[in-house]
Design a protein around this ligand. Structure first.
Ligand code: CA2
Length: 144
């Protein structure tokens, strides 16, 4: 079983600014945790981060037939991207959405998520632990 874990714009800057909202751990530390959690779940994983909407759409399309599940934090594109939503619907791969911060309690524009129209579930406000829960949930759902 293989999971693709996608992180959107500016998440490569984790730990460098806004530690009050996103914590003080770096994107490299997140990647280390993601690899460890996938190994724990017994799944192969591919990590992808991009600041470009089209690159994320391309990556989702490439996952067709090659990946069993997607964990995605689309970052700012969460709130704007019909293109990412359409790509997820097009490949029809089971997907879980993650947000490090509690978007439902932040600015009104962050309370809209296009990806939520497709995602099986959304974890928010749990910091990096949300990705851990997403990996476990996806593994359990796909092995049922
Ligand atoms: O809470 C999340 O995970 C978000 O997806 C993060 C996005 C934000 O646009 C979403 O509304 C919620 C932003 C990621 C930006 O990451 C930064 C990292 C360091 C410094 C500044 C921003």
């Amino acid at each position: 079983m293989k999971f693709l874990i996608i992180n959107g714009p500016n998440l490569n800057m984790l730990g460098l600014r806004e530690p009050g909202i996103y914590g003080d751990k770096t994107y490299a530390a997140l990647c280390d945790s993601l690899r460890a959690w996938c190994a724990e779940a017994g799944v192969e994983c591919e990590l992808f981060q991009s600041n470009h909407e089209g690159a994320i759409v391309d990556k989702i399309q490439e996952a067709y037939g090659a990946v069993d599940g997607i964990v995605i934090n689309p970052a700012a594109y969460t709130h704007t991207s019909v293109a990412i939503l359409d790509a997820l619907k097009a490949v029809s791969i089971p997907t879980v959405e993650v947000h490090i911060s509690k978007v439902s309690e932040r600015e009104a524009f962050r309370q809209v998520s296009y990806v939520s129209y497709y995602a099986l579930r959304t974890y928010e406000g749990l910091g990096f632990e949300g990705y851990h829960k997403a990996i476990r949930f996806l593994k359990e759902t796909l092995t049922e």
